[in-house]
Design a protein around this ligand. Structure first.
Ligand code: NDP
Length: 273
């Protein structure tokens, strides 16, 4: 029997998740159907209940429901627990199990696809919202020499530092002050690019030749990537690889089979020009 999965979000018109998961299913021979469900903003839990009752086996979750998905779970895996948000649920009997694969998707894309190890590197992450929170544990587990967080609203960065200090060394800086040291990897985990804005930060943070990584995808050369390039970044990447990698983690968690990601990333990549 075909097993049903879906992505939940609102709005969802942009979602590539059905295409990604159906490609994984075709490539691995798994018999699944993967749809798109857009609950009303106050209707997430009820829509999940309906989907479960109809035999749904699991869902991915995108904005704005990741916190609600976490709250709905009866059991939380460590990454979802520490992020306080879930981007994936698995329905197992009476249990709703929560995971968060966003951060591990980011780490896998940087390390495996782009070939840049995080271990021993100086990393700057701009932003302290949901995506940054989800990235903290996997990033720290990768062992950077230094992880610096700079966010427009300082208190949110301070909160990340308090929560994740047991897992590694975290520095907090104001975006205007990050230029006193330079970083080998600069990650834009703000949502500024979704509105075509530049998250202001000191150009001195960009070490010549560094990797500048934009979490948003499909936006081409965003103001962040343009700024990083003009400040000396040698490599530019957007979040399409992260998107595909987090999906592959979810697929493997649900189905027990890990799909190939590189051909799909190549297909979905929009040149950064
Ligand atoms: P949130 O709304 O949770 O957080 C937004 C963050 O961006 C906050 O830190 C906010 O700062 C900061 N910010 C917003 N606008 C500006 C600005 N103009 N200048 C400086 N900082 C700004 O968003 P998410 O964390 O969920 O998403 C962040 C990005 O990650 C988005 O682009 C999203 O598309 C992308 N993403 C990509 C994924 C992928 O698979 N590739 C997966 C998940 C997210 P403040 O605290 O001051 O408000």
């Amino acid at each position: 029997m075909t097993d049903r999965y879906a992505v939940f979000g609102n709005p969802l018109s942009h979602s590539k998740s059905p295409l990604i998961h159906m490609t994984f299913a075709r490539d691995t021979g798994e018999d699944i159907d993967y749809g798109k469900i857009e609950p009303a903003l106050d209707g997430f839990a009820a829509t999940v209940a309906t989907f479960r009752a109809a035999g749904g086996r699991g869902i991915n979750i995108t904005a704005p429901f990741k916190l609600e998905a976490h709250a709905l779970a009866t059991r939380r895996m460590p990454r979802a627990d520490s992020a306080g948000a879930a981007n994936c649920l698995k329905f197992e009997g009476d249990e709703i199990v929560a995971e968060n694969f966003d951060g591990i998707g980011l780490v896998r894309d940087i390390e495996r696809n782009l070939g840049v190890p995080l271990a021993g590197r100086r990393v700057l992450m701009l932003g302290a919202g949901g995506a940054a929170r989800g990235a903290m544990l996997p990033m720290l587990e990768a062992g950077p020499a230094q992880l610096t967080i700079a966010n427009r609203t300082r208190s949110k960065a301070d909160a990340l530092q308090s929560q994740f200090a047991p897992f590694g060394k975290i520095d907090i800086k104001n975006p205007a002050d990050v230029g006193h040291s330079s970083f080998e990897i600069v990650i834009n985990a703000t949502s500024a690019s979704l509105r075509g804005e530049l998250p202001a930060f000191a150009a001195g943070a960009v070490e010549p030749g560094c990797l500048a990584y934009e979490l948003a995808y499909g936006k081409g050369l965003t103001p962040f990537l343009q700024f990083a390039r003009s400040a000396g970044a040698g490599r530019l990447a957007d979040g399409v690889g992260m998107l595909v990698e987090q999906a592959a983690e979810a697929f493997a968690w649900w189905r027990g089979v890990r799909p190939e990601t590189r051909p799909l990333i190549a297909d979905l990549t929009i040149p950064l020009a």
